[in-house]
Ligand binder design. Structure first.
Ligand code: CA
Length: 232
């Protein structure tokens, strides 16, 4: 599946150029020219990497990454101005994975994207073999088991995949489209309410049985599992 790149850059010339080059390289590209909108898109999830300008309308890039890092580990490469040393330092401090200095050679950026994606894949492989947890709920993707407070919960393959996706993206609201893409198939054609149906199944097996409110509905957006220790 093509890696998805989110470009948050207000300079139309640069973002269009990036879109062309990245699309040509086989990436799937989404653009935003506004910091606030870009942050919302990044928070909605589904991207493999974010290219982030610093000077942006709405919300500057440093603020975007600061807020993004509270809930998301999506790799971020900053696009910084040549002499803005402080921006690079602050950006990296705030959790950016890498940066390129404008004007950049596209080959350099492409190489950095590949390296960053590979690093992240390796990280994902490590974590995917380990346990996912939320409170007393534990999901072991290697052993294919789910327990609540030690009690086994029997899930179907799809229910398991949905729960796994939500636990991998704790605190990130996942849209119905995201579920359809990741759990069903990329080009699933059908009713999006199949997602709601499966959330009901999951709630019936977890929330209702243990009297908890694990899977939260975000009206008009989708579903999220929140790490309670993470709440502000
Ligand atoms: Ca800019």
């Amino acid at each position: 599946m093509a890696a998805k790149v989110l470009i948050i850059e207000d300079e139309e010339k640069i973002s269009r150029f990036l879109e062309l080059e990245l699309t040509h390289e086989g990436y799937e590209v989404k653009k935003s020219a506004d910091g606030r909108e870009g942050l919302d898109l990044a928070l909605a999830g589904g991207f493999d990497i974010v290219l982030l300008d610093i000077m942006l309308p709405g919300l500057n890039g440093l603020e975007v990454i600061r807020r993004l890092r509270k809930v998301s580990d999506v790799p971020v490469i900053m696009l910084t101005a040549r002499d803005a040393v402080m921006d690079k330092v602050s950006g990296l401090d705030m959790g950016a994975d890498d940066y390129v200095t404008k004007p950049f050679a596209i080959e350099e950026l492409l190489a950095r994207i590949r390296v960053t994606l590979r690093k992240n894949e390796r990280k994902a492989e490590k974590t995917s073999s380990s346990l996912l947890e939320c409170g007393k709920l534990r999901l072991d993707s290697a052993a294919y088991t789910v327990t609540y407070d030690g009690n086994p919960i029997e899930l179907t393959k799809r229910e398991f995949a949905m729960l796994e996706l939500m636990l991998q993206n704790k605190n990130i609201v996942l849209s119905r489209d995201t579920f359809l893409e990741r759990v069903w198939s990329y080009d699933y054609i059908g009713e999006t309410n199949v997602v709601d149906v499966y959330v009901r199944y999951l709630r019936g097996k977890i929330d209702d049985v243990y009297g908890i409110n694990l899977i939260k509905t975000v009206r008009g957006v989708g579903y999220v599992i929140k790490d309670e220790s993470h709440e502000e």
